[in-house]
Write a new protein. Structure first.
Ligand code: CO8
Length: 259
């Protein structure tokens, strides 16, 4: 396991836990942390025993308060074009592992965008989501303008982005920004239980189901249906399909093996 400075990383029972660990700066995403998130995801990606990555913030005050504004201040226009947060989050969205954001406290700016790049979001009562970039004279630049509207709809996304308003976990669940809304002390347990449902599935099926949803979302339905069909053709050739269908007929639990 690699050594990390701004993260704590742990692998437990098929889950790769990434904890953003700069609580004194509300887990703001500075260049070290972003580099380490990239490294940690690469590490998870290579590990066949890992099926789910859960991202959380250290302490209950903050998931991540966004890009490090102190570093952002000196960035020049062309630096916005360098692959950075946006590319990293696209990489996370494209990961073959299932990603879960377990959000307690602030998920603002790049922190909210990190959660948006994950497949599943769980929020506590004290979670606070927002894209307040316009307050800084910039715009959301790590996928927020695109992913937020795809997840909660254009009208609500425009309202959040243009006003910079911050919404609580309950409201986030009501508008579909998060899937689960739990109390503070249930967060880890809920994340583990969602992960455990996923861990029972075959890795190829997990990967291709995720791929079909993400890749099909932005293209015409006919082509997207072909992505689904071709993905299905791949899983039809796996031992897991044989095992899953046999287990049903034999009235036992399936034991999926494929890597
Ligand atoms: N960056 C750097 N430091 C931060 C950040 C941040 N985003 N957020 C908090 N901190 C630091 C504070 O400066 C403070 O440090 P110090 O103790 O040295 O003064 C410490 O964390 C504690 O912060 P507060 O005292 O403000 O704590 P509060 O609990 O009172 O408030 C908040 C917490 C509400 C989270 C508040 O700190 C805040 O509003 N933070 C900024 C939130 C924000 O605007 N985020 C958006 C950032 S921009 C962004 O994410 C753009 C992403 C896309 C970039 C793409 C580039 C190409």
């Amino acid at each position: 396991m690699k050594q990390y400075e701004a993260l704590s990383v742990e692998i437990k029972d098929g889950i790769f836990w990434i904890t953003l660990n700069r609580p004194e700066a509300r887990n703001a995403l500075d260049s070290t942390m972003l580099q380490e998130i990239d490294t940690a995801f690469a590490e998870a990606e290579e590990n066949d025993d890992v099926k789910v990555v859960i991202v959380q913030g250290a302490g209950s005050k903050s998931f991540a308060a966004g890009a490090d504004i102190k570093q952002l201040k000196s960035r020049k226009p062309l630096e916005a074009l360098i692959p950075g947060m946006q590319s990293l989050y696209t990489k996370i969205e494209n990961s073959k592992k299932v990603t879960i954001a377990a959000v307690s406290g602030y998920a603002l700016g790049g922190g909210c965008e990190l959660a948006l790049a994950c497949d599943i979001r769980i929020a506590t009562k004290n979670a606070k989501f927002g894209l307040p970039e316009l307050n800084l004279g910039i715009i959301p630049g790590a996928g927020g303008t695109q992913r937020l509207s795809r997840i909660i709809g254009k009208g609500r996304a425009l309202d959040m982005i243009l006003t910079g308003k911050i919404i609580a976990g309950e409201e986030a669940e009501r508008i579909g920004l998060v899937t689960y809304f739990v109390s503070e002390d249930e967060l880890i347990q809920k994340a583990e239980s969602v992960a455990s449902d996923i861990l029972k599935k075959g890795p190829v099926a997990i990967q291709l189901a995720k791929f079909a949803v993400h890749k099909g979302y932005d293209i015409d339905e006919g082509t997207a249906m072909w992505i689904e069909k071709l993905s299905q053709a791949v899983v039809f050739g796996t031992e897991d399909k044989e095992e899953g269908t046999s287990a049903f007929i034999e009235k036992r639990k399936a034991e999926f093996q494929s890597k």
